[in-house]
Ligand binder design. Sequence first.
Ligand SMILES: Cc1cc2nc3c(=O)[nH]c(=O)nc-3n(C[C@H](O)[C@H](O)[C@H](O)COP(=O)(O)OP(=O)(O)OC[C@H]3O[C@@H](n4cnc5c(N)ncnc54)[C@H](O)[C@@H]3O)c2cc1C
Length: 275
Amino acid sequence: MIMVNAFQSIRTKLLKVITESPTIKTFILDCGGEFEFKTGQFVEVGLPGVGEGPFTPSCSHYTKNPIEITIMKVGYMTSKIHEAKEGAEVILRGPYGNGYPLEDFEGKHILIVGGGVGLAPLRSLFLTLVHDLNKYNGITACFGARSPEDLIYKEQLKEWASIDGVELHLSVDRVPEGQNWSGNVGVVTTLLKPLSIDPDSTVAAVCGPPIMMKFTSLTLLEKGIKPSNLYLSMESKMYCGIGLCRHCTIEHYFVCKDGPVFTYDQFENPEAIWA
Ligand SMILES: Cc1cc2nc3c(=O)[nH]c(=O)nc-3n(C[C@H](O)[C@H](O)[C@H](O)COP(=O)(O)OP(=O)(O)OC[C@H]3O[C@@H](n4cnc5c(N)ncnc54)[C@H](O)[C@@H]3O)c2cc1C
């Protein structure tokens, strides 16, 4: 097993790159040994001479090597990572923060709601839960994307839908000409409204763009999910990743140290956290 302290990076080798959508790729990294993390935690990933950024592994936490990171191209560093070729050296440090408290999920129905690249940490959660599916009372996953070509993990989603105990619902915001889609069209909350769930025995995990997380949270609360059972995987501008620089604070929390997974009731004014 690889031991990394908070300040130590390891050099990994990029084994394979999978194109998930026009802007999102999954990077498979050989860590040279077992890399331990808890689902929902994040790592700092970078290229020598370029920089680094926080990303959540998208594989199950039972997959210790190679690990998978799914990255959307949004700026300088992520563009450079998207250009990296198999065999490249990728720097990794972590893991950091708090993951999902899976012991609190046991015996409950798990509702997973994701949008866009927010499916990355939720893929990790989903695959980790599926590993011990008998511990949970089934999984419902509702995933959305802007358009059919923006939906990631397409082939895997078909496999997930066929797992006993798993219910999968997909939606896209719109279907541009030339793209095929036979499923639901509308924002991801349109999938939630008709769902029949027992709010008292359901735990929800949400990750996606801030606007999606805001309205998904409100819809889930309306459906009776308890704020303490509503888990939000938060993103915030982050630099040090270890609770020193204060760039990532939301209310009095450091997202890097106290999160990135929070429950809705941890925030004093949750309506105001979606900057
Ligand atoms: C805990 C955590 C986990 C994350 N996990 C993933 C993941 O699994 N996959 C993934 O693709 N991305 C993830 N992100 C976001 C990712 O870290 C940023 O998109 C990346 O660092 C941007 O680097 P850049 O140099 O390419 O962009 P920059 O040049 O720094 O910025 C380009 C644009 O992206 C915006 N941006 C930059 N960082 C963030 C951020 N953290 N949140 C929202 N907008 C941002 C900027 O405002 C700007 O508009 C995560 C962020 C956090 C805090």
